[in-house]
Structures are given as C-alpha cells and as structure tokens.
Design a protein around this ligand. Structure first.
Ligand SMILES: *Cc1c(COP(=O)(O)O)cnc(C)c1O
Length: 380
C-alpha cells in the first residue's frame, strides 16, 4: 500500500535510540532534549525552544503562558485540525472561528480586522466581544499545509488590538516568511512532531517564539511548575515535557530535514505538473511570494465535473493507494458548532472538495508515477 504520510525512520534514529538505552536517559531530562530544543529553535531564528509531549500540549501551554484565562475567547480559523480548538477548549476558553482566504487557506486578515472592528469594544485594558461579554485574549493563526499565514497584516492588527499571537505552525517546520524567521513572526509558535508530520518524534511538539517571558513561563508550566527539587510548586502546572527517547528520534530527523523538505516539494510539483489545467481540478494553493513546507499534497476537485471524493478513494485503494479527504472545519464539529464565527464563505467553498494524495518523504519515483497514473485514470 502506498500510504498518505508516514514516518521515515532510519539508521541514525536507531543509533540515537540505542544511545538513550545505553546511557539510561529515557525520560524527560537528557542531552537529546536540549539538543532538539536548540536545533529546532536555531533553525527558525530562535535560541532554545520548549519541547513538549505533543503539538496539542505545546498549543495548550502556550495559550496559558500568554495569559489566556478560562472563559476568554481565542480567535482561530475554522479551517484547521481539531487540535487547534482543543487546546483552546483545554484552557476552558472559547474559539472564535474565522474564515480563511482562498489564496493560501490561512486566516484572512480582512475578516479578522472587520470582525474585531465591528464585534468588540475596549473596556480599559480589556478587549470585549460585545455579544458574549467575553474577553478576547489571543489570536491563533494556522500555517496551513506548512505555509505561513499573512503575518505582516495579522501582526499589525494584533498590535492595534493589543492581542498576543500564538502561531500554530504544526506542519511548517523549516520555512521562512518573506525573509523573516518563524521565531520572530509571533509571540509564540508551535510545531508538531506527530507521526504524519514532515519530521516526527513518534509524538511530540515544540514552542519557540520572540516573547522570551512567555516562552520561559511555558517551560516552567510544562515541567509541573516546579520551583525547587523539594517538591515546591507555584502554579497549577502540567506534565507536558518531551522525553529523551522522543527527542533522540527528533534529533536524527532534524539532520534529515533538508532532504525531507526537498522530497515533499518534489511530490507537490509532480502532482501539480500532472494535473495543472485540467477541467474540474484546482491545485493546492501556493502563493508566489510564500515559501511552503508542502506538508500535504493533493487536489481540489469540482464536484460538478469530477467523481465524489469517497468514490475516488475507494478506487485508489483497490490500486493499493491511500487517499483521503482533508480537514472538516471546526464549525462542522460537534464540540465547536456553537462557537461564535465570522462569515465562512471561503471555507465552505472548498473544504468538501479537497483530496489528499500520498506524500510520504520516502515515496519512490515509481510509487509517485503509479499514483499519478491511477489518479489520472480515475478522474474525468
Ligand atoms: C498536527 C497538528 C496539530 C497537533 O499536533 P499533535 O502533535 O497531533 O497534538 C495542531 N495543529 C495543526 C494544524 C496540525 O496539523
């Protein structure tokens, strides 16, 4: 079976894991954790990140570190993986769902600005969502498919409304934004190293960011908010740290990141070349001026012209190829369907029509050609 996006684990990973076993450093303290935190952060213009047990826990502790309180409201796009909203809900805050732009499926700054202008008012230090009376506490743009959101606009709007930014860069490892590093784009930025991401630690996440105070607080909170070895704690903390075993795999993966990114982009290019200019098919968005990690590849299919995505997936499966639909937006999910939302015309216009195709970093040329040939045959 040619699978969608699976881990690519090799000899370096095995060697580093053996080192964990040999040295007895298997838990949440160890040389690989430090090395991975420095490695990921310095790749994005930071100095040292905070490695966590998952992308979700990185987002959660990041929100807490930025001062999000229970009952607050946190802005995020409706079109994202459910973890973005779960992290907000874990802090007992409420997601305020907004639309994305069609150009790169990321938070639309025009929508963000219009919503904040028309639906909030300032009450002293507090920005209040008028209808609910809740405090608006943060903005969480998502770097969809590994492409940064429109951060110069979003940052300007965040500054105007005095809101901190936690960027969900789960799948954007290794990219820059118009010459700027990811570290400097937002107060905090989170990555995921889940098994289907470009690099994996089995499961894991990391926070980096230009807000050094928030980053230090996130480190403290993720380590049970311990203040001394004598069982002293100053806050309600979390057991969210990454283990040395996870970080060992991460360090090995990080060494291979350049080749992984190259392969992800080659795969995207191949699908684009094969299906460009075909009736009823649109390529994944890729703005000319934005670098993307090309985490996932696939196509957008016009349902009037092309067969239903379910049928295509079944037909591909018979050929030994895994294909899937993509994110169902948050406003369509049971836990988040009643959240406040902007108009979601753009999200509604495409999300049902997205099909994702095999894009693992170890996919061979022969497997890629087999996939292209099968998709070509099944599509109109
Ligand atoms: C993968 C992903 C996450 C969550 O990461 P986990 O490590 O699975 O908790 C969060 N947000 C987005 C956009 C993702 O793609």
């Amino acid at each position: 079976m040619i699978l969608l996006s699976i881990p690519n684990i090799g000899e370096t990973e095995e060697a580093y894991l053996r080192e964990c076993v040999r040295t007895n450093f298997v838990s949440s303290v160890g040389p690989f954790v430090d090395r991975f935190e420095i490695g990921v952060a310095s790749l994005h213009g930071g100095t040292k990140g905070v490695a966590t047990s998952a992308g979700t826990t990185a987002l959660h502790v990041g929100l807490v570190a930025l001062g999000v309180q229970p009952g607050d409201m946190v802005i995020c796009p409706s079109f994202t993986f459910v973890a973005t909203a779960n992290a907000i809900a874990h802090q007992h805050a409420v997601p305020w769902l907004m639309d994305v732009n069609s150009g790169c499926w990321t938070l639309d700054p025009d929508v963000l600005e219009a919503e904040l202008k028309t639906k909030t008012r300032r009450n002293g230090q507090t920005l209040v969502h008028m209808e609910s009376g809740r405090k608006v506490a943060a903005i969480v743009p998502v770097y969809t498919l590994g492409t940064p959101a429109s951060m110069e606009r979003i940052s300007a709007i965040a500054a105007e409304f005095q809101l901190p930014i936690l960027a969900d860069a789960a799948a954007a490892i290794g990219v820059t934004y118009k010459g700027q590093t990811l570290n400097d784009l937002a107060d905090l930025t989170s990555f995921s190293f889940n098994g289907n991401k470009t690099i994996t630690t089995g499961g894991g996440g990391m926070l980096i960011g230009k807000n050094a105070e928030a980053l230090a607080l996130a480190r403290h909170l993720s380590t049970t908010a311990r203040t001394s070895p004598d069982y002293d704690y100053d806050r309600v903390g979390y057991n969210y740290r990454m283990t040395n075993i996870q970080a060992a795999i991460g360090c090995a993966q990080l060494e291979r990141l350049p080749s992984f990114l190259m392969r992800k982009r080659q795969v995207r290019d191949r699908y684009n070349d094969a299906f460009r200019n075909r009736r009823g098919i649109t390529l994944f968005p890729q703005p000319q001026d934005l670098e993307s990690a090309c985490w996932f590849s696939g196509l957008v299919l016009d349902p009037v012209v092309q067969p239903p995505i379910k049928d295509i997936c079944v037909a591909l499966k018979a050929d030994g190829i895994e294909a899937r639909s993509f994110w169902k937006p948050l406003h369509e999910q049971k836990p988040y369907q009643h959240c406040p939302r902007s108009d979601l015309t753009v999200t509604e216009s495409f999300w049902r029509n997205v099909i994702t195709l095999p894009c693992s970093t170890m996919i061979t040329d022969a497997e890629l050609e087999k996939t292209v040939e099968a998709v070509d045959r099944i599509l109109v």
